[in-house]
Design a protein around this ligand. Sequence first.
Ligand code: 4FV
Length: 249
Amino acid sequence: MYFNILTLFPEMFNGPLNESMIGRAQENDLLDINIINIRDYASGKHQVTDDAPYGGGAGMVMKVEPVYKAWEDKCRNEKDSSPVILMSPQGRKLNQEIVKDLSAQEGLTVICGHYEGFDDRIRSSIVTDEISIGDYVLTGGELAAMVLIDAVARMIPGVLGDENSVINDSFYNGLLDYPHYTRPRSFKGMEVPEVLLSGNHAEIDKWRQQESLKRTLLRRPDLMEVKTLTAEEIELLEDIKKDLKVKKR
Ligand code: 4FV
């Protein structure tokens, strides 16, 4: 899978995209990441990429030409209709469903903003999708782009050591992940749940499913609202609710 990144701060990507699994995936040619410096396409000796907003107001606006020329030179490809994603607080909120969809693409072009925002003709000329990583304002779109790329890249077969890691992901089945334990068996009087030491995988799976349901019910009831529960999950959830009621008394 390829990622074209249009940014004013190419160096910011060195760390996150060259280390660990994403770094190794590039070495193994599972990922092809092209970082394009928008400033290289800005005209004039000062290579200006922002300007004052028409109609007045605070802050500066990202100019359309440098972004368009960078896309035209490095990303435009008639044969390839891969998404051109603008990272901005006005976008649809990123979640695992969107990540799964995007990971099925041949590649993605991601545009990182700065200043107050983009000249809107960037949206109307080359952008096919707009994504937000959350309802807060960053100094720039780079961190948002890294979050998106990391989440999508780890869905690519071979990027994660063990494919199963993705299947057991939080949100993979619309629920939060169950608690994990590893050695030592006892730490400051805190023991590992017996069932996990039992070797009884049916019991272990059931415990993990219960813990996922309980954690989701308590921490993210909104996820429970939209989740289609299996008959088994509904049954487990009844026991959990009874149990929680008892505990509340
Ligand atoms: C953002 C977000 C974000 C807004 C102004 C960059 C900043 C500056 N991007 N999800 N939240 N972007 O805050 O994606 O251009």
